[in-house]
Design a protein. Structure first.
Length: 263
């Protein structure tokens, strides 16, 4: 089994793989290396017949994924921006289409790319301490891992537009009300409840569950979605290198408010 720097995988019975993003210094933000590691690990789990359910979560109790790594994204060139986005799309696509259920166990901050990766899973289980949001516009960019489409698919266009244009952060109860989460559990019991859900699924007929997933992927027009998302990667690439993207990300790193000029 491969050993990675930023992710770990734990096996639980019966046939559950728990993939944890583990970058505490950046609240589990996704840098390019973590995205590559996720891509490799999820491809293996997708093919592993002993795995019936995959849980994606964040290490620690503060953060699921605090977004893409802003420090690393700050200096991307437009070409690198497209490559980064496409790698993130591959990870999201694996979560969305692998022939077994994927559960996002959102234990804390799920911002930007964090909400997007959670949305790519089959469903979201959230701790009552979870916080969701798409704050990209505050950094001079747009959601780059499929957020514009998957968020709208989950909560409807008006609410997705509200969340994306405002960058508002919402707590688990509001996310539940909007239809983003399948269940919210108190933080103290969160992990036990997540494992119970995964075990319940893992004990069903895996061929029936896989068929149900395949049908839902097909009928939710996910294939069309992947085509549209490629357009998102190129739109993102065009924002990389803009004055507002440099200002937004430099301001985050310098811990000050951004001054945008709309360029
Ligand atoms: N990237 C890098 N470092 C991060 C980070 C991030 N996203 N989030 C947190 N950190 C780091 C902080 O800089 C800090 O580092 P030190 O100062 O200790 O060195 C450390 O984690 C602890 O964070 P805080 O001190 O800020 O902790 P607080 O509890 O005060 O605040 C917070 C927690 C999650 C509210 C705050 O850290 C925060 O606002 N973080 C940024 C959240 C955010 O804006 N996320 C969205 C990122 S943009 C695309 C692909 C993907 C995307 C877009 C395009 N393409 C290529 C097409 C996605 C974009 C995003 O996700």
């Amino acid at each position: 089994m491969a050993t990675f720097e930023n992710i770990t995988t734990e096996r639980l019975e019966p046939g559950i793989a728990v993939v944890r993003i583990d970058r505490p210094k950046a609240l589990n933000a996704l840098n390019a290396k973590t995205i590559l590691e996720l891509q490799l690990e999820l491809s293996d789990l997708a093919k592993d017949s002993t795995v019936r359910v995959v849980i994606l979560t964040g290490a620690g109790d503060k953060s699921f994924i605090a977004g893409a790594d802003i420090t690393e994204m700050k200096d991307l060139t437009p070409g690198e921006g497209v490559i980064f986005s496409q790698a993130g799309h591959e990870v999201a696509k694996l979560l969305e289409t692998m022939p077994k259920p994927t559960i996002a166990a959102v234990n804390g901050f799920a911002l930007g790319g964090g909400t997007e990766m959670a949305l790519a899973c089959d469903f979201i289980l959230a701790s009552d301490r979870a916080v969701f949001g798409q704050p990209e516009v505050a950094l001079g960019i747009i959601p780059g891992f499929g957020g514009c489409f998957r968020l709208a698919r989950a909560v409807g266009w008006p609410k997705a537009k509200y969340l994306i244009y405002s960058g508002a952060r919402i707590k688990a109860d509001e996310a539940m009300e909007m239809g983003l989460c399948a269940k919210v559990f108190p933080a103290e019991q969160f992990w036990d409840e997540v494992v119970k859900v995964a075990q319940t699924i893992a004990r069903q007929s895996s061929s029936a569950v896989t068929k149900a997933k395949q049908l839902m992927v097909e009928f939710s027009e996910t294939t069309g979605l992947h085509y549209k998302i490629d357009g998102e990667a190129h739109s993102f690439g065009r924002l990389i290198g803009s004055g507002d993207q440099r200002e937004g990300m430099t301001a985050f790193v310098e811990k000050r408010a951004a001054k945008f000029e709309g360029i």
